[in-house]
Design a protein. Sequence first.
Lengths: 856, 236
Amino acid sequence: MNLGFALRLAAREGKHGARRVGVYMTSISLGVAALVSIHSFRDDVARSVQAEADALMGANARFSSSRAFPDSVRTIVDSLEQAGAEIAAVTTATSLVLAPSSGDVRLLQVRGVSGGFPFYGAVTTRPAGRWGAGIPPNVAFVDPAVLSQLRISLGDTVVVGGLRLPVEATVDDLPTDLAFQTAVGPRVHLAMETLEAAGLLTFGSLARFELFLKLPDRAARDAVAERYGDVLSATRVRYTLAEDQAQNLSNGVRFLGRFLGLVGLGALLLGGIGVASAIHVYIRERQPGVAVLRCVGADQWTVFVAYLVQAAALGLAGALLGVVIGVGVQRVLPVVLAGALPVDVTPELSWISLLAGLGVGVWVAVIFALIPLLALRDVPPLQALRRDVTPPRPTWDAIRVVAWLALAGSVVGLCVLEAPEPAIGLGFAAALAVSVGALAFTGWALARLTRRFFPGWARYPVRQGVSNLFRPRNQTISVTLAVGFGAFIVGTVVQVQANLVDDLSDSFGGGRPNVLLFDVQPDQREGIVALMPPGLEDGLEIAPLVPSRISAINGVGADVLRSDSLREDRPEPWALRREYRNTYREELGPAEELVEGLWWDDLRSGDGAPDFAGGVLPGVSLEADIAEDLRVGLGDTITWAIAGRELASVVTSIRRVDWGRLEPNFFAVLEPGSVDQAPHTLIMVARLPEAEQRAAFQRGLVERYPNVSALDFSRVQEAVEAVLNQVRQAVGFLGAFSVLAGMVVLIGALAASRAQRMREGALLKTLGARRAQIVTVLLSEYLALGTLATATGLVLAWLGAAVVMPTVFDIDFTTHFRPLLAIWLVVTGLTVVVGLMGSRRLLSRPPFEVLREAAE
Amino acid sequence: MMIVADGLEKTYASGGRPLTVLHGLDLLIERRSFVAVVGPSGSGKTTLLGLLAGLDEPTAGRVILDGQDLSALTEDQRAGFRAERVGFVFQTFHLLPTLTALENVLVPLELVGRAREARDRATGLLERVGLADRMDHYPVQLSGGEQQRVALARAFSNRPRILFADEPTGNLDVDTGATITTMLEELNREAETTLVMVTHDLQLAERAHRVVRLSRGTIAEDRPGAGVPHSVQPSP
């Protein structure tokens, strides 16, 4: 091999190559841009979060619990305080809040704050500087969203629990907040003693208790975990360090970022297919020249290296452009993903990401160019003498096998590197292979079918346009693949999202209950029923809630079971440890189905009923999955600890529960009569179809029963829809990269077949075709191409969604035609515009000039 | 007269400088005659052909084709005129690769909306050039000679009054070239078409009724050929 000559040849031919296939290389650019932007963005997030770790927690560490801290923990806190730590308490309850001036009611988070919380970061209030040394007693500070939700202004009064409080300030920025949290549940901030006075924290209320610590140094933070770990775990109090919380937060974003990275990688590999396709055409075009080179003595490898160097140089140029675009997109991502980010993200140039993007871009360009380039070795020198000599069909030699293996290995390797977990990467690579194969096959089959069944009575220019899809070197398959892949990604995301939203509406709309009341004390029951609009009381479902824990199974203590890791039938530790909210009731609920055993009436009727535990213990009906996790079946006994007393029960039936339905459902339903006297609260589920009815009902609740919390599910639905929208936007944004990459492949394909198009257009003109007829030919071609590509992508998207919905989300799939139609319109429209733009010279040049050129 | 060329001049921009290929050329061609245009490379043969057929516009002068002044027509009107009255045969065949032999022959007829009568005529022409069994083949599946025969059938499909041929045998071996020329002559005679053929091949040129030799953009020689003109009828 003559390397010097190869390099000189590459430099000389490079200009020509850049003109012919340079545009193709920009398909690499888009993929590189996606990767660089996502990688840099991930770095930005991780850096910003770690830098803000203490501010994000507002402290160095935190104790948290779902119950008031027991004395043992209080003692720890006292000793820490004596040792110089600063302590602040935050308690968060959920409660209905009423604004008397507007009459509006909302379920809000009500937070009591004491001490100097937050120790780090500045709280911004309006009017400024109100947070200062904390919140003064008997006033409320609110998140800005509260003002608009309750339609009030600063200075108005809100009713929280039993107190009327003036709203003195809004909390515009609390450094510990995550953007999406405040969007879903805006808060009212009170001084701790005000929260306590409001009477929201009664037995059974859902509240979260936190103690924030400012500790002198790192050693002190670790010492807490070491010294008090046992006490904390025994009392179910969590101890979290600020760094760990930050790590968790950035892990979440990193995970999302890695998924987005996979979408970006998809765009890059698509670009790879574009490159392979371009090189294939370029090589075919250069064959006569290559034959001459071979004639005058250049060996196979010299020629091969000359063209490989060209491909690499073009790949480098494409990747460089991609890096530049990527740095721009990096600044857009924080805006697109604002809702999902824990902190303000400042973009910074990440050299590692830039270099990685550059390297991956060049590598993908070279590895995809390799296989078509190998065909250069087969160009016979004889072709210089006789153009009609066809090269021998490429055979499978060792080098070709290695090239294919390198390609497959690179794709799999990149997927694994990019994915959050290797298994996901392998899965993604497999899915990519399947979808590319399916796209190519569907494109091929659809094209064949179109050709075969396209109506013969269609006007000639239309038929000519459609048959142009089969023009040699037209790369219909690769364009279909590239454009179709974009449509596939966007189509799948849209279908899945539309189905999820449907399911939400099914769960919360129709005749389903939409208001959930909890923390209802038994003596408040009648009064609340009386608050319901007349005629709707019948739809009210009421279930008692008995907080219980498992103390023993079949007589063996829960502690023993938990610690005995050698036991074969050892229940899942979490199932033993958790707090159960059991109920008792006469009938099976509407979302329940008995799968084993007997319900109470059959059980006690005596006729042939099994005699569980001699019939002396009260029965309990378990949900099927929890029974499995507890390793119990019919006839086993479970002893419950309920408010300091023990109650033994025997499993008499197993139920399957549809948890997706908004009904009061429970893991364990106890036989009526067994726990009626135990302390319990009630939950109530009602359906109030009208927004005004819900508002009036909630107002009544706040005024008379301030301890009761009511959840309006239409709000939850809105919030979940908002989150779904955000995710769809993020994935859709990167999906658009694939569509764009597809367009670039199309532009490249147009450039590659330009000479032939020009020649055909000129020929048609020569034969007497008018401008309008030629435009019709072009329009038909791109309309057919766009439709073919989009249809291919959308058919797969539809199939994909139809498989994903029931298997992953457990939701019946319904087709949403309108978004599919919209995608078809947009992508096909783009294809037509790009195609016509790329062919406009065909219309303007005199036919003779073109035919002369072609003859030369 | 079927073709009147009056003071034709054509100047191209070549490498940034003007290059005049034809210098005020005058030429009259009678109906149903067979004229061969010969000359060395660069003498302006193909340029002349392009101008006569209205595929390009002269820098100066005009062309009257079958009584129609081409300079008075827009490009679209010229295309319509060609579709109705002109046929072409090219050196490099120029078949549409995405269409079968039959479909290629149909194109000129379909462009003018005469699809109904088209199929029979196209089939007949392909049979006439001996390709009855290759109608559904695509150009890549045909040999050079076969492709040129399809091009011949296409050229005659719209019953043109004038046929332009640009080196029709230039890419063919001697025997095939001879066959094609014979077919061209026969079809021309049967259809009573005026035939203008550009060629390098002096032997082929001698078969024409008249030989026009170009040199450096002007007519260097204009003499009768060995071909026998078919009966000349009075012009309308």
